[in-house]
Design a protein around this ligand. Structure first.
Ligand SMILES: [Fe+2]
Length: 272
Protein backbone atom coordinates (compact mmCIF):
# COMPACT_ATOMS: atom_id res chain seq x y z
CA UNK A 1 0.00 0.00 0.00
CA UNK A 2 1.44 3.39 -0.96
CA UNK A 3 5.15 3.10 -0.31
CA UNK A 4 4.70 0.68 2.58
CA UNK A 5 5.78 -2.94 2.65
CA UNK A 6 3.72 -5.31 4.79
CA UNK A 7 5.05 -8.71 5.84
CA UNK A 8 2.64 -11.42 7.00
CA UNK A 9 4.07 -14.67 8.30
CA UNK A 10 0.71 -16.40 8.05
CA UNK A 11 0.77 -18.84 5.11
CA UNK A 12 -2.99 -18.56 4.87
CA UNK A 13 -3.13 -14.75 4.89
CA UNK A 14 -5.59 -13.18 2.43
CA UNK A 15 -4.71 -10.35 0.03
CA UNK A 16 -3.37 -7.22 1.78
CA UNK A 17 -5.60 -4.66 0.03
CA UNK A 18 -8.66 -6.75 0.85
CA UNK A 19 -7.66 -6.86 4.51
CA UNK A 20 -6.89 -3.12 4.74
CA UNK A 21 -10.17 -2.35 3.01
CA UNK A 22 -11.77 0.96 2.01
CA UNK A 23 -9.87 3.13 4.52
CA UNK A 24 -6.56 2.25 2.86
CA UNK A 25 -8.11 2.45 -0.62
CA UNK A 26 -9.32 5.97 0.18
CA UNK A 27 -5.79 7.30 0.77
CA UNK A 28 -4.28 5.81 -2.38
CA UNK A 29 -2.56 8.59 -4.32
CA UNK A 30 -1.28 10.46 -1.27
CA UNK A 31 2.36 11.41 -2.06
CA UNK A 32 3.95 9.07 0.52
CA UNK A 33 6.85 8.42 -1.85
CA UNK A 34 7.93 12.10 -1.77
CA UNK A 35 8.42 12.08 2.01
CA UNK A 36 11.75 10.37 2.41
CA UNK A 37 13.29 12.41 5.24
CA UNK A 38 12.84 10.19 8.27
CA UNK A 39 13.05 10.56 12.07
CA UNK A 40 12.43 7.53 14.28
CA UNK A 41 11.94 6.82 17.98
CA UNK A 42 11.77 3.46 19.71
CA UNK A 43 10.92 2.71 23.32
CA UNK A 44 10.28 -0.25 25.59
CA UNK A 45 7.00 0.46 27.34
CA UNK A 46 5.83 -1.27 30.52
CA UNK A 47 2.23 -1.59 29.44
CA UNK A 48 -0.04 -3.70 27.31
CA UNK A 49 0.12 -2.59 23.66
CA UNK A 50 -3.55 -1.62 23.56
CA UNK A 51 -3.11 0.95 26.31
CA UNK A 52 -0.79 2.99 24.10
CA UNK A 53 -3.24 2.89 21.19
CA UNK A 54 -5.89 4.07 23.65
CA UNK A 55 -3.68 7.06 24.42
CA UNK A 56 -3.38 7.94 20.72
CA UNK A 57 -6.72 6.96 19.21
CA UNK A 58 -8.71 9.99 20.35
CA UNK A 59 -7.94 13.66 20.38
CA UNK A 60 -10.14 15.20 23.02
CA UNK A 61 -7.37 14.83 25.59
CA UNK A 62 -5.10 17.13 23.58
CA UNK A 63 -6.23 20.58 24.75
CA UNK A 64 -5.90 19.41 28.36
CA UNK A 65 -2.85 17.14 28.34
CA UNK A 66 -0.86 19.02 25.70
CA UNK A 67 -1.65 22.54 26.78
CA UNK A 68 2.10 23.21 26.92
CA UNK A 69 2.03 23.60 23.15
CA UNK A 70 0.30 26.94 23.64
CA UNK A 71 1.11 30.08 25.53
CA UNK A 72 -0.52 30.16 28.98
CA UNK A 73 -3.30 32.55 27.90
CA UNK A 74 -4.16 30.50 24.80
CA UNK A 75 -4.23 27.23 26.80
CA UNK A 76 -6.67 28.78 29.28
CA UNK A 77 -8.90 29.95 26.41
CA UNK A 78 -8.91 26.55 24.65
CA UNK A 79 -9.79 24.67 27.82
CA UNK A 80 -13.06 26.59 28.09
CA UNK A 81 -14.31 24.94 24.88
CA UNK A 82 -15.45 21.35 24.51
CA UNK A 83 -14.08 19.14 21.77
CA UNK A 84 -15.53 17.02 19.04
CA UNK A 85 -13.60 15.54 16.13
CA UNK A 86 -14.51 16.29 12.49
CA UNK A 87 -15.11 12.68 11.49
CA UNK A 88 -15.15 9.20 13.05
CA UNK A 89 -15.35 5.99 11.03
CA UNK A 90 -15.11 2.26 11.75
CA UNK A 91 -14.56 -0.12 8.83
CA UNK A 92 -14.02 -3.81 9.54
CA UNK A 93 -11.34 -4.09 12.23
CA UNK A 94 -9.89 -0.67 11.30
CA UNK A 95 -10.87 2.91 12.09
CA UNK A 96 -10.08 6.57 11.50
CA UNK A 97 -10.60 9.82 13.37
CA UNK A 98 -10.12 13.20 11.72
CA UNK A 99 -9.46 16.31 13.74
CA UNK A 100 -8.86 20.05 13.69
CA UNK A 101 -5.77 21.97 12.64
CA UNK A 102 -5.16 25.65 12.17
CA UNK A 103 -1.83 25.79 13.94
CA UNK A 104 0.59 25.59 11.05
CA UNK A 105 0.75 28.52 10.81
CA UNK A 106 -1.35 29.66 13.78
CA UNK A 107 -4.06 32.28 13.25
CA UNK A 108 -2.27 34.51 15.75
CA UNK A 109 1.49 34.29 16.18
CA UNK A 110 1.08 35.07 19.87
CA UNK A 111 -0.60 31.67 20.30
CA UNK A 112 2.70 29.85 19.98
CA UNK A 113 6.15 29.93 21.50
CA UNK A 114 9.00 32.17 20.25
CA UNK A 115 10.97 29.12 19.01
CA UNK A 116 8.01 28.07 16.83
CA UNK A 117 7.80 31.59 15.38
CA UNK A 118 11.52 31.72 14.57
CA UNK A 119 11.66 28.29 12.93
CA UNK A 120 8.11 28.40 11.46
CA UNK A 121 7.31 24.98 12.86
CA UNK A 122 5.87 23.19 15.89
CA UNK A 123 3.75 20.23 16.90
CA UNK A 124 1.70 20.31 13.68
CA UNK A 125 4.88 20.31 11.60
CA UNK A 126 6.67 22.88 9.46
CA UNK A 127 4.31 25.76 8.58
CA UNK A 128 5.37 25.97 4.92
CA UNK A 129 3.69 23.23 2.96
CA UNK A 130 6.08 21.35 0.63
CA UNK A 131 5.83 22.20 -3.04
CA UNK A 132 4.95 18.73 -4.36
CA UNK A 133 2.14 17.21 -6.41
CA UNK A 134 -0.62 15.41 -4.58
CA UNK A 135 -1.12 17.74 -1.61
CA UNK A 136 -3.57 20.15 -3.30
CA UNK A 137 -6.08 17.56 -4.51
CA UNK A 138 -6.12 15.05 -1.67
CA UNK A 139 -7.52 11.53 -2.15
CA UNK A 140 -11.11 11.13 -0.86
CA UNK A 141 -10.04 9.24 2.27
CA UNK A 142 -7.83 12.11 3.43
CA UNK A 143 -9.77 14.79 5.31
CA UNK A 144 -12.90 12.67 4.67
CA UNK A 145 -15.19 15.39 6.07
CA UNK A 146 -13.65 17.91 3.60
CA UNK A 147 -13.47 20.32 6.50
CA UNK A 148 -11.54 23.54 5.88
CA UNK A 149 -10.33 23.41 9.50
CA UNK A 150 -8.87 19.94 9.00
CA UNK A 151 -5.54 19.16 10.73
CA UNK A 152 -4.91 15.40 11.12
CA UNK A 153 -6.32 12.04 10.06
CA UNK A 154 -5.38 9.25 12.44
CA UNK A 155 -5.88 5.71 11.12
CA UNK A 156 -5.80 2.57 13.25
CA UNK A 157 -5.05 -0.41 11.01
CA UNK A 158 -5.69 -3.39 13.25
CA UNK A 159 -3.82 -4.81 14.97
CA UNK A 160 -0.69 -2.73 15.46
CA UNK A 161 -0.18 -0.06 12.81
CA UNK A 162 -1.28 3.57 13.02
CA UNK A 163 -0.87 6.21 10.33
CA UNK A 164 -1.29 9.95 10.88
CA UNK A 165 -1.57 12.31 7.92
CA UNK A 166 -1.01 15.97 8.81
CA UNK A 167 -2.48 18.88 6.88
CA UNK A 168 0.85 20.77 6.54
CA UNK A 169 2.14 17.96 4.30
CA UNK A 170 3.89 15.25 6.30
CA UNK A 171 2.95 12.00 8.00
CA UNK A 172 3.96 9.63 10.77
CA UNK A 173 3.46 5.99 11.70
CA UNK A 174 3.24 4.06 14.97
CA UNK A 175 3.99 0.37 15.44
CA UNK A 176 3.26 -1.57 18.61
CA UNK A 177 5.05 -4.90 19.16
CA UNK A 178 3.76 -6.84 22.18
CA UNK A 179 6.52 -8.66 24.10
CA UNK A 180 4.45 -9.68 27.16
CA UNK A 181 0.95 -9.04 28.46
CA UNK A 182 2.27 -5.95 30.24
CA UNK A 183 5.11 -4.88 27.91
CA UNK A 184 5.62 -3.80 24.34
CA UNK A 185 8.04 -2.10 22.00
CA UNK A 186 6.75 1.18 20.61
CA UNK A 187 8.16 2.61 17.38
CA UNK A 188 7.27 5.85 15.70
CA UNK A 189 8.55 7.25 12.43
CA UNK A 190 8.05 10.77 11.07
CA UNK A 191 8.30 11.40 7.32
CA UNK A 192 8.94 14.75 5.64
CA UNK A 193 10.01 15.84 2.15
CA UNK A 194 13.81 16.29 1.96
CA UNK A 195 14.69 19.79 3.25
CA UNK A 196 16.08 22.18 0.65
CA UNK A 197 18.11 24.30 3.06
CA UNK A 198 19.19 24.61 6.68
CA UNK A 199 16.06 26.51 7.76
CA UNK A 200 13.78 23.77 6.44
CA UNK A 201 15.94 21.16 8.14
CA UNK A 202 15.66 23.00 11.46
CA UNK A 203 11.89 23.35 11.01
CA UNK A 204 11.63 19.57 10.61
CA UNK A 205 13.90 18.93 13.58
CA UNK A 206 11.77 21.20 15.75
CA UNK A 207 8.64 19.29 14.66
CA UNK A 208 10.37 15.96 15.44
CA UNK A 209 11.55 16.93 18.93
CA UNK A 210 8.24 18.64 19.73
CA UNK A 211 6.45 15.46 18.67
CA UNK A 212 8.69 13.40 20.99
CA UNK A 213 7.84 15.66 23.91
CA UNK A 214 4.11 15.19 23.33
CA UNK A 215 4.46 11.42 22.81
CA UNK A 216 6.16 11.31 26.22
CA UNK A 217 3.21 13.19 27.68
CA UNK A 218 0.85 10.66 26.08
CA UNK A 219 2.95 7.74 27.37
CA UNK A 220 3.36 9.22 30.81
CA UNK A 221 0.42 7.46 32.41
CA UNK A 222 0.81 4.07 30.71
CA UNK A 223 2.93 2.21 33.22
CA UNK A 224 0.83 3.55 36.09
CA UNK A 225 -2.33 2.40 34.29
CA UNK A 226 -0.78 -1.03 33.68
CA UNK A 227 0.17 -1.36 37.37
CA UNK A 228 -3.37 -0.44 38.34
CA UNK A 229 -4.85 -2.96 35.86
CA UNK A 230 -2.51 -5.64 37.23
CA UNK A 231 -4.11 -5.33 40.67
CA UNK A 232 -7.50 -6.28 39.14
CA UNK A 233 -9.16 -4.07 41.73
CA UNK A 234 -10.95 -2.15 38.98
CA UNK A 235 -12.39 -4.28 36.18
CA UNK A 236 -14.68 -1.88 34.35
CA UNK A 237 -13.87 1.33 32.54
CA UNK A 238 -16.34 3.83 31.23
CA UNK A 239 -15.55 5.07 27.74
CA UNK A 240 -17.33 8.08 26.28
CA UNK A 241 -18.75 8.44 22.76
CA UNK A 242 -15.62 10.23 21.57
CA UNK A 243 -13.61 7.12 22.48
CA UNK A 244 -15.36 5.05 19.82
CA UNK A 245 -12.02 4.02 18.25
CA UNK A 246 -10.89 2.64 21.61
CA UNK A 247 -14.13 0.72 22.05
CA UNK A 248 -13.73 -0.67 18.55
CA UNK A 249 -10.11 -1.71 19.18
CA UNK A 250 -10.94 -3.59 22.37
CA UNK A 251 -14.03 -5.22 20.87
CA UNK A 252 -12.02 -6.34 17.81
CA UNK A 253 -9.14 -7.69 19.93
CA UNK A 254 -11.59 -9.58 22.16
CA UNK A 255 -13.35 -11.05 19.10
CA UNK A 256 -10.01 -12.23 17.69
CA UNK A 257 -9.10 -13.89 21.00
CA UNK A 258 -12.46 -15.56 21.41
CA UNK A 259 -12.41 -16.80 17.77
CA UNK A 260 -8.95 -18.25 18.42
CA UNK A 261 -10.13 -19.91 21.63
CA UNK A 262 -13.13 -21.41 19.86
CA UNK A 263 -10.90 -22.80 17.08
CA UNK A 264 -8.56 -24.24 19.69
CA UNK A 265 -11.40 -25.83 21.68
CA UNK A 266 -12.77 -27.24 18.46
CA UNK A 267 -9.34 -28.69 17.56
CA UNK A 268 -8.95 -30.16 21.05
CA UNK A 269 -12.45 -31.67 20.86
CA UNK A 270 -11.63 -33.23 17.48
CA UNK A 271 -8.49 -34.91 18.80
CA UNK A 272 -10.20 -36.46 21.84
FE1 LIG B 1 -1.77 13.14 22.79
Amino acid sequence: MGSFIFVNLDDNAGPLTEYLGPLAKGIEGYPFHEMTEVYTYRAEIGSNWKLFIDAFAEFYHAPVLHQGQYTKEEAAKIQKYGFEALHYELVGPHSVISTWGGQAPPADLNMVKPMDRVLRSGLFGPWDKPDIDGLDALPPGVNPARAPQWGIDSFVFFPNFMLLLWEPGWYLTYHYWPTAVDKHIFETTLYFVPPRNARERLAQELAAVTFKEYALQDANTLEATQTMLGTRVVNDFLLCDQEILLRHLHKTARDYVSDYQKTKEHANGATR
